[in-house]
Design a protein. Sequence first.
Length: 886
Amino acid sequence: LYSTERSLRIWIDPVKLVGYNLTADDVTKAITAQNAQVASGSVGAEPSRKDQTISALILVKGQLTSADEFGAIVLRANPDGSTVRLRDVARIEIGGMGYQFTTRQDGKAIAGLSVLMSPTGNALATASAVQAKMDELSKFFPSNITYDIPYNITPVVKASISKVVQTLIEAVILVFIVMFLFLQNFRYTLIPTIVVPIALLGTCVALYMFGYSINMLTMFGMVLAIGILVDDAIVVVENVERIMSEEGLSPKEATRKAMSQITSAIIGITLVLIAVFVPMAFFPGSVGIIYRQFSVTIVAAISFSALMALSLTPALCATLLKPVKAGHGHAKTGVFGWFNKRLDGARDSYGRVVGWSIQRTGRLLILYAVLLGALVFGFSRLPGGFLPVDDQGFITVDVQTPSDSSFNRTQAAVEKVEQYLQKRSGIEDVTFLTGFSFLGQGQNTAQAFVTLKDWSERGPQDSAAVIVADINNSLKSIKDAKVSALQPPPIDNLGNSSGFSFRLQDRGQKGYTALMQAKEQLLAAAKQSPVLQNVYAEGLPEAPQVQLVIDREQAAAQGVTFADINSTISTNLGSAYVNDFPNRGRMQRVIVQSDSVGRMNAQDILSYNVKNSQGRLVPLSSFATIKWMVGPTQIVGFNYYPSVRISGEAKPGYTSGDAIAEMERLTAQLPRGFGYEWTGQSLQEKLSGSQAPFLLALSALIVFLCLAALYESWTIPLAVLMTVPLGILGAVVAAMSRSLSNDVYFTVALITIIGLAAKDAILIIEFAKDLRAKGTPLLQATMEACHLRFRPILMTGLAFVCGVLPMVIASGAGAKSQQALGTTVMGGMIAVVVLALLMVPVFFVAVTRFFSKADRDGEATPAKSSKLDRIMSLFRRERSAQTPAS
């Protein structure tokens, strides 16, 4: 609650107390005695006499209920009959329980309330519940009171999901256009289009069963899965269409033959893709939560896609497709005719290139080694990061005045900041909390929660990043105040702002002074760094302090106890909670404190009086002195070491990974005995950066073992995995071209590329292996497989690229996240299509020759059928036996 409970405030006047020979302790004792609940009993209660005829409660008004009644409390009764009452020495009012901070919205006083979501809560559901409850309660508000929700994280969630849904729809439309361009028949195109929504529906069911919701991460997974979802259906439809056009078979017979050729490839591809994404689900920590949602979404989509490709898609092909005369499958005119000629020409050129390359595998492997070197170089130059900092529709502004500032002085600075923010375009609401901030609580701090206008109402000049930069530059001129505008972190509860979060620790027990010197040295070095900006120490700075030096011997000699001294000081300066009183149906506190005139300066402390053992007033000045000093207002520890919180961010052109590395370099220059630890999103970035290579290696290893088990061969998995670095190279180049970082989305993209690269390689190698099993020579089998699979690989690759294109050019809420993921995946997929089509036949020939003596001698050796082939052949024989002869 960013407001204060009501209470009865009793503001005592120290001068009047002296005039009546009273102290603050006398006041608190009188209130305690005369404002009390009395258990008075009753008349005629049992046990009683036999002739007792009545029973009645005894009422004694012990607890006071109003300021006037408290004012009538008797502090002292004189022998002459006169009395000294509380109102004679104090001002009494119904006020606030505390005056540490105030809240304002757009310059008007408010009572603020924050609602925090539980770790397992849903933001949209929580916001809806809060809105409904406030609508219910507002019916009972006074007529001049209303409510508003200026700070709400759900608009960015809604807007981001809406944008991703738009991206999903655009992806489906683009994929449909690509399929229609290649298949050139509405019926052919309709089949994958029917399959996609069914697979997405199945994915949503799987998410519900696993306890996940529709959010940005799961929607990102669906967008990525669009290209994968249509792949299996495209492969089936394209193969059926090819067989019908080349051999003139009926749709049913063409479907049966097509499925006999590609069923094992579809199963192999599905198992490989699932194997790629499953390890993500077991990643620990906050990053693991992100990976897990991607993993569950994509694995579910892949599984349903394969199920549809093996069941619904063949049924639709046999039902919806019309027979085609042999050799007339591509007899088109107009745009389609022009496209087919260009496609056939590209396939012929590709065949010639493949024929040339597989004759010169040594040279191509040298080129491959060069590309691997380029990959290593590019990967090492790619800066690290955690998550892109998106425009979330709100920012925070910290205001800090000098440590000795009064509340009024801080409020004056706040009003200047308010005036600027209310005039700045792009800002909707400004809610200020004076006396509170993420840096700490005190009279010299304030925090603003600034809600920006809707993304549709703001242009690039009013983006969150631009507004933050403008505030920091424009408000430097405010005298005696440091103003810092910050964007919120990408993930709530991982720090107070975007950028890095750092703890400088005194591990050598150097002491507070040495820690402060090390802090200043580090901040000075960071200020000179070309990588860092807005580096500051969180928390409250050292402040002037008044030390009351008490001569205990002198106090004892005057009959004053130390307990009475403490009570007098704490009551006058810090306030004393005495007891409670009923007010408007609630029990509220009674608080005693010296009025403002009695605590204006340090000398006022010495004028306070304490009663000694003889009942005489003894001023504090008779046994105490005042000493001014400067000291810490708070001492922070982190993991058992005294520490200082330091935050900052990277300058434009640098990433958070660069900032982390620079801070580590600067900290290494400090004297011995000082260490550091990362917290918040910086810690998660360090953890994800160190564990991501392991995750990629594990995914590649599982793919290798999965392929080895399926094909009972070491050569095929090796040839497949050799294509993976080519896709990763494309992803790295794409990321560098847009100044993206090696962050969580980049890792997700790389894992996706591993699966897609393996998929395209399997499509070629599976056909080549089948031809080899029939006795076809190695080079001829390779060229024929490339010729057959050129069109579907090109079509599925282009469909996937078009599917993620809306993410690459996204704008508005969540745009940076979409761009980071989409750009990397698109770059990797383009590299897979372009380079893999060239290099996969080279890898297959080179690896096969290396492991087979007969192929090195130029002989055609039938390949051993794999376990998967044997299973599928048995399945086909059983199905043929069950089908009646025509």
